[in-house]
Design a binder for this molecule. Structure first.
Ligand SMILES: Nc1ncnc2c1ncn2[C@@H]1O[C@H](COP(=O)(O)OP(=O)(O)OP(=O)(O)O)[C@@H](O)[C@H]1O
Length: 463
C-alpha cells in the first residue's frame, strides 16, 4: 500500500519508479537495473527492514536508502543510519517532505556523477589537496560563475583554467588566454575590447576585442594582479554588464563570456595597498580555487616524476630510466619554490646528465637540490648545534656528568676529525664526482684531497 503511494508520488514528480514487495524481489530488481534511491520500510514480510540494508548496499553500493518508519518506531532510525541508510521518512509520508528528500538526493547524485566524470586534462596528482582542487573544478563546471585561481608560480594555474573550460558547457567554444603581465594600458584596452579603424596611429582596420571573441566561450586572464588600475575599472564594468564599447566607437558590444582569472600575487594585500580594486576583488572572490604548493602535496612528486620521466625519455628516444632512492629522497627534501614547472626542469636536466646510465641518482641532480638535501641531512645529524662567535656550528663533546671535561687536545682532535669528515662528505656530494671541481671548491691540492678522503674512508664515485 505505502509502496504504491510512493510510486504515485515519484511519478507525479517526474521520476521513474517501481514498487516491489519483498527484499528478495528488490535484490533481483537491482541485478537488472541501477537504482538511485530505495525507500525501505522497517516492517517487511521478511522481518526488520534494517537487516536488509547491508545486502542491498552490497549489490548496489551507489544506491541511497531512505528508511520508512512509523511514529512509534523512530528508535530504529539511529540503527538504520549506522547500517548505511542515507535518510528517513516518517509515515504517513507527505508529498512535500518526499519531494524535498528525493530532490536533494538526486541533485547530490548528479553533482557526484559530474565529479566522477570530469576530465582531468593533463593534471597529475592524487594528494588530498589536489583532489580538493579537482573537486572545485567539477563544481565550477556545473555553473557559470567567474573563477579565480590562486597559487604560487608553477603550481598549475593555467592547467586548471584549461580544465575548467574543457569541463564546462562552453567547451566547444573559444578558450582565449590573455597574459596580463606588462600589458600597457592603451594596448590592453584595444586588445581586450577592440577598436575602430583609425582609433590610434597604426589602427588601419577595425579589430574585435578578445572579450568579443570569447562570446559563448571562456576568457582566461593570467596574472590578473598585473592589470593596470584603469583596465581593472573597465573590466569590472564588463563583468557587471557583459557589454563594452570598443575604442573610438559609439556602439556597445555584448558578449556572453565566462571569466577565469589567475594570480600568484596576494590580491587582498594589493587591495590594502590600493593597487587592486576592492570591488573587482570581491567580484572575483565568488569562486576561488587555491592551488597548494608542490611541497604540500603528499605523494604527488612520485606521480609527477613517473609521468614526466616517461615523456622526457620518450622525447629523447631513451629507455625509461629507473629512479634511485637517493634521487627521490632529494626531490622530496627540496622546497620547490618554482613548483611543478621547476620539477619538470630538474627532471630534464637530470635525464640529460644520465644519458648513459640506467638509473637516476642523487649525482644527476642540479647542485641546488643536492645542496638542500645535504643541508637537511646535516641539520638532522646535529640537532643542538652550538654557534661560535665566528659563526660556525659546533656540537661540543658532552662531559661525563662527573663535573670534568676531556683534555682539550683530545677534544680538538675529535672536533677537527668530525668537521673534516662532514666537510668531505658534503664535498663529495656536491662536486659531481670530479676531483677537479672538489679541489677548486675546497682549495685542496689533488694529493691532499685523496689523502683526506682515504683517511675518512670516502671516495669520489668512479675513482
Ligand atoms: N598537477 C600538474 N600535473 C601535471 N603537470 C603540471 C601540474 N601542475 C603544473 N604542471 C606543469 O607545470 C608547468 C607550469 O604549470 P602552469 O603554467 O599551469 O603554472 P602556473 O601556476 O600558471 O605558473 P605561473 O604562475 O608561473 O604562470 C606546466 O608545464 C604544466 O603543464
Amino acid at each position: 500500500m505505502i509502496g504504491q503511494l510512493l510510486k504515485l508520488m515519484a511519478i507525479k514528480e517526474g521520476h521513474q519508479c517501481e514498487a516491489v514487495f519483498s527484499v528478495a524481489e528488490g535484490l533481483e530488481f537491482l541485478q537488472r537495473e541501477p537504482v538511485d534511491i530505495i525507500f525501505l520500510d522497517v516492517l517487511l514480510p521478511e522481518g526488520n527492514g534494517i537487516n536488509s540494508i547491508p545486502p542491498i548496499l552490497n549489490s548496489a553500493p551507489e544506491t541511497d536508502i531512505v528508511m520508512l518508519t512509523g511514529e512509534s518506531s523512530t528508535q530504529y532510525i539511529e540503527k538504520a543510519f549506522k547500517a548505511g541508510a542515507t535518510d528517513y521518512l516518517i509515515k504517513p509520508v507527505n508529498l512535500e517532505r518526499f519531494s524535498k528528500v528525493v530532490g536533494s538526493l538526486i541533485k547530490l547524485k548528479r553533482k557526484n556523477n559530474v565529479q566522477r566524470q570530469i576530465s582531468r586534462e593533463e593534471i597529475i596528482g592524487d594528494s588530498a589537496k589536489i583532489k580538493q582542487c579537482i573537486e572545485k573544478v567539477a563544481q565550477s563546471s556545473l555553473g557559470d560563475a567567474n573563477v579565480l585561481i590562486q597559487g604560487e608560480t608553477g603550481t598549475g594555474k593555467e592547467l586548471f583554467a584549461k580544465a575548467i573550460h574543457a569541463n564546462s558547457g562552453r567547451a566547444k567554444n573559444k578558450y582565449i588566454i590573455v597574459d596580463c603581465t606588462n600589458l600597457p594600458v592603451n594596448l590592453a584596452e584595444s586588445l581586450l575590447f577592440g577598436h575602430d579603424r583609425g582609433s590610434f596611429t597604426g589602427a588601419e582596420k577595425a579589430k574585435k576585442g578578445l572579450f568579443e571573441l570569447a562570446h559563448n566561450g571562456t576568457i582566461f586572464l593570467d596574472e590578473i594582479g598585473d592589470l593596470d588600475l584603469a583596465i581593472q575599472k573597465s573590466l569590472l564594468r564588463v563583468l557587471q554588464e557583459k557589454k563594452f564599447r570598443p575604442l573610438s566607437t559609439a556602439y556597445e558590444v555584448e558578449s556572453d563570456f565566462r571569466l577565469v582569472a589567475a594570480t600568484n600575487r596576494d590580491l587582498q594585500a594589493m587591495v590594502h595597498q590600493g593597487t587592486f580594486r576592492k570591488d573587482l576583488y570581491f567580484r572575483l572572490q565568488a569562486f576561488v580555487i587555491s592551488l597548494p604548493p608542490l611541497r604540500e602535496r603528499e605523494g604527488d612528486i612520485e606521480r609527477l616524476v613517473d609521468h614526466y620521466l616517461g615523456i622526457i625519455c620518450e622525447e629523447k628516444e631513451m629507455r625509461p630510466l629507473e629512479v634511485g632512492e637517493d634521487f627521490m629522497s632529494a626531490l622530496k627534501a627540496y622546497e620547490w619554490p618554482g613548483n611543478v614547472r621547476e620539477l619538470v626542469n630538474v627532471l630534464q636536466i637530470s635525464v640529460h646528465k644520465a644519458m648513459f646510465d640506467d638509473r637516476l641518482t642523487f649525482y644527476h641532480l642540479p647542485q641546488q637540490l643536492r645542496m638542500s638535501k645535504v643541508v637537511q641531512d646535516a641539520e638532522i645529524r646535529s640537532p643542538e648545534p652550538h654557534v661560535t662567535p665566528s659563526g660556525y656550528n659546533l656540537t661540543l663533546p658532552v662531559h661525563d656528568g662527573d663535573g670534568t671535561l676531556p683534555k682539550l687536545k683530545e677534544v680538538r682532535k675529535k672536533t677537527i676529525d668530525a668537521m673534516e669528515q662532514s666537510y668531505l662528505h658534503q664535498l663529495v656530494m656536491l662536486s659531481d664526482n670530479s676531483a677537479k671541481t672538489a679541489c677548486k671548491m675546497s682549495g685542496l691540492s689533488r694529493a691532499r684531497l685523496y689523502e683526506l678522503l682515504n683517511k675518512h674512508n670516502l671516495s669520489l664515485r668512479g675513482n
